[in-house]
Design a protein around this ligand. Structure first.
Ligand SMILES: NC(=O)c1ccc[n+]([C@@H]2O[C@H](COP(=O)([O-])OP(=O)(O)OC[C@H]3O[C@@H](n4cnc5c(N)ncnc54)[C@H](O)[C@@H]3O)[C@@H](O)[C@H]2O)c1
Ligand SMILES: [Zn+2]
Length: 451
């Protein structure tokens, strides 16, 4: 026998700056020229962001001699797919991109996750720069290096850790954000206060009336508040990632509200935006923490009061509590047990033996969910078909391309909930085809790997 050992001990410095500055988008190109992360750049963006900011970003890159091209994908979660990754890589190739070419992710979390993953994969990895344009992407997805795309059977199922070379945050761009996307970003932002920083929670309480609306024409002092909010959230995210990049333990605290929230998203077929689902999840998690006597009633009410003031956490999920809990168990972070992140006071996560993922009993979770009245606990699949059902409008893309409909075969390993959802979709699709409508893409009823 012969044995060859390949020793590969690595010490890599992946440190980077996250700059938050109004108007920084205008300085992006000149800064990239001095930083020399890459010889030239391809901007990846979506159609809407391209319309809003694509031209000015590309023009300034062109002036600096840095623009190799622009790739524009459609708006929405559907662009987070492997086929889009392939198309982007092929376009990079035809633009002449090589290993010295950088990718600029200009957009929200969808573009950030897709372009980041394209950068991680193209020619085994090229430099990436994140330029987030939604609140959610600013405070969360652009920082920390998690990139990836969805599979029809589940969200974020394929991905990588690919840290950007720099993150450029220009709060000015938030002015054009739709109200629902602002709210979604707010849900993710208040979470940071709940898990780590009581004074940030108090900041949100103090300024809730202003922060609940999209800042259309803020005064200079109000801009300061927005910048402070973004900066404080980003600081917490950066601190957590620095201590636990690969989510061994501490990074799990960022999933507060998410184990519940992912199921809220899933059971709404992703019609509920992520931040709103997280806010609902925070209400469920806090109710559970109170039931387990970790969290006082006063703190529980205080959390829910702020969420209400911000217009968050209002969504009622349609479906059965037992299905909901079954899906929580399937969440990738729970490894079969039911584990959730809980707070024991606003600003502090509960720990057991130094771990932040707290094992909880499913019967207690079911009881809490029942009392919360946040799930209607009605068997939707058993209900007579209603034409306005949201499932019908977001029918899975895998069934939408052919003109003659035949029911897909039952996927192996399908859960009870997945089966109900599939059957609902099949019925909806059948109805749609009988009415001669056309389907739109969407995710299948699979799992979720947190972003
Ligand atoms: N990688 C991570 O760590 C991580 C963390 C959280 C969420 N995510 C992912 O982020 C995605 C959601 O991100 P999102 O909420 O930013 O959604 P998004 O990227 O779909 O953007 C929402 C909408 O806002 C538009 N938009 C973007 N910037 C705008 C602006 N300045 N003005 C007007 N419109 C603008 C977009 O075109 C889109 O229509 C999900 O796929 C989620 O999985 C990833
Ligand atoms: Zn999130």
């Amino acid at each position: 026998m012969s044995r060859v050992q390949l020793q590969l001990k690595k010490s890599v410095d992946s440190s980077y700056d996250i700059v938050i500055e109004r108007g920084i988008l205008k300085k992006l190109a000149s800064d990239l020229r001095t930083k020399r992360f890459a010889e030239n750049y391809v901007v990846i963006t979506d159609t809407k962001v391209s319309r809003l900011f694509g031209k000015s970003v590309c023009d300034s890159l062109k002036r600096e001699g840095l623009l190799l091209g622009k790739i524009v994908v459609s708006v929405g979660e559907k662009s987070k797919s492997l086929s889009r990754v392939q198309e982007c890589c092929e376009q990079l190739l035809s633009l002449g991109a090589n290993r010295q070419t950088g990718v600029i992710a200009l957009g929200g979390g969808v573009v950030g996750d897709l372009a980041g993953f394209v950068a991680a994969s193209y020619m085994r990895g090229v430099p990436c720069v994140q330029v987030p344009t939604t609140l959610l992407a600013m405070v969360d997805s652009s920082v920390g290096g998690k990139v990836g795309v969805d599979l029809p059977s589940g969200k974020n199922m394929v991905g990588a850790f690919w840290q950007p070379k720099k993150v450029y945050i220009d709060p000015e761009v938030l002015r054009s954000l739709p109200a629902k996307d602002w709210k979604s970003g707010l849900g993710e932002s208040v979470k940071y206060g709940a898990i780590m920083d009581r004074s940030l929670w108090e900041f949100f309480e103090k300024h809730a009336d202003f922060l609940k609306e999209v800042p259309k024409k803020p005064m200079p002092s109000q801009w300061k508040l927005i910048e402070e909010m973004v900066e404080r959230c980003v600081k917490i995210k950066a601190e957590v990632v620095m201590k636990d990049e690969k989510e061994g333990n501490l990074r799990q605290v960022l999933n507060y509200g998410h184990t519940f929230g992912h199921v809220v998203e899933l059971m709404s077929d992703y019609t509920i935006l992520h931040g709103e689902a997280v806010a609902v999840g925070m209400k469920m998690a806090a109710a559970l923490a109170h039931e387990l006597r970790f969290l006082s009633k006063a703190e529980l009410d205080r959390q829910n009061d702020l969420l209400k003031k911000l217009g968050l956490g209002k969504t009622k999920t349609k479906g059965l509590i037992k299905d909901f809990v079954e899906h929580m168990r399937k969440d990738k972070k729970t490894k079969g047990d039911l584990r959730v992140v809980l707070v024991d006071r606003l600003g502090r996560c509960h720990q057991e033996l130094g771990r932040f993922g707290i094992k909880v009993d499913s019967a207690v979770v079911r009881k809490v969910l029942k009392e919360s009245a946040l799930i209607d606990d009605i068997d939707q699949a058993a209900q007579p078909a209603v034409q306005t059902n949201s499932w019908a409008s977001s029918y899975s893309s895998s069934y939408s391309s052919s003109s003659s409909y035949s029911a897909p075969s039952t996927p192996a390993g399908e859960t009870d909930l997945q089966k109900r959802l599939r059957e609902m979709r099949e019925r909806a699709e059948l109805r749609r085809r009988m009415q001669g409508g056309s389907g739109s893409g969407g995710l299948g009823s699979g799992g979720y790997l947190p972003g």
